[in-house]
Write a protein that binds this ligand. Structure first.
Ligand SMILES: NC(=O)CC(=O)C(=O)O
Length: 270
């Protein structure tokens, strides 16, 4: 198949897990009913807020959130990227920020743990120290699906082009960036970075973001989007909890790579 319909789900998640998972399930179901066969949720979709609350909400990979997402994928017959959840780690008080991929039969196909942790202090915009609560992942994850190869990243990873190039080296046609990208940085950086990563790696970029205030000091930018390998924004979510859908045309992807074979012009020995 050379075309599929993809959807990004934008949420304004809270610390209340059952509310968040229900909101996610409702929008994933709507996306599938509108014809999407690949649907992606944002970062920490099942619980976001104070880090202490996120750590307390952590689950093992086989926990209730992942079971619900697996059932949802199977019932709807879709491929579902369960953005990320807080995964229990071997270190007390710390989690992994983990993205799970489920196939149309509900089987877990991949597991990616956020590699780059958001430790920043940008005056008047955002101050976070993710590494106090989160352990970095080690693996780079590309998964070959029947229609395309998916590369995985999470949020702050977007600022590290070498990860995306490593995913391009694994022949990623689509790169997912589930995010809770900060409002203070998102206004200037979100779209520019997503489009750059799509253009330089000649891949679709699927970027479901959180939107709005989660706590008095934590606000996400929204504008979840789907970008094509030319850097064109195919769809953007409206503010609030919403969906954006776009057709991924893999023939167009191949045409762009054939007409402008920049990835084969690299001088670094690849
Ligand atoms: N929240 C993040 O992980 C990253 C982010 O907001 C940024 O890079 O800016």
């Amino acid at each position: 198949m050379t075309k599929i319909l993809a959807a990004v789900v934008q949420l304004q998640s809270t610390e209340e897990k059952s509310r968040n998972v229900d909101a996610a399930a409702r929008l994933v179901t709507e996306a599938a009913q509108r014809g999407a066969s690949f649907v992606a949720l944002p970062e920490l979709f099942n619980c976001i807020g104070r880090w202490e609350a996120v750590v307390a909400a952590a689950e093992p990979i086989s926990g209730p959130t992942s079971q619900r997402m697996s059932e949802l994928a199977a019932n709807l017959g879709i491929t579902l990227l369960a953005g990320s959840i807080a995964e229990q780690s071997e270190v007390a008080g710390k989690i992994y920020n983990t993205s799970l991929l489920f196939g149309p039969d509900g089987q877990q196909l991949a597991c990616y743990r956020k590699r780059h942790l958001f430790d920043v202090d940008v005056p008047d915009k955002v101050t976070v120290r993710e590494s106090e609560f989160v352990m970095p992942g080690a693996e780079i994850v590309g998964t070959t699906l029947p229609d395309f190869t998916l590369g995985q990243s999470i949020c702050y990873d977007l600022r590290f082009p070498e990860l995306f190039r490593a995913l391009a080296d694994r022949r990623a046609d689509v790169i997912a960036v589930p995010a809770a990208f900060a409002f203070g940085t998102g206004c200037d950086h979100w779209e520019v970075l997503l489009r750059a990563r799509a253009i330089e790696n000649q891949a679709f970029v699927i970027a479901p973001n959180q939107h709005g205030r989660h706590t008095p000091t934590l606000q996400s930018y929204g504008r979840s989007m789907i970008v094509d390998p030319w850097g064109t924004v195919l769809a953007t979510a409206a503010d609030g909890e919403s969906l954006a859908l776009a057709e991924l045309d893999f023939q167009r992807l191949q045409d762009i790579r054939r007409h402008l074979p920049a990835l084969s012009h690299r001088r670094d020995g690849q």
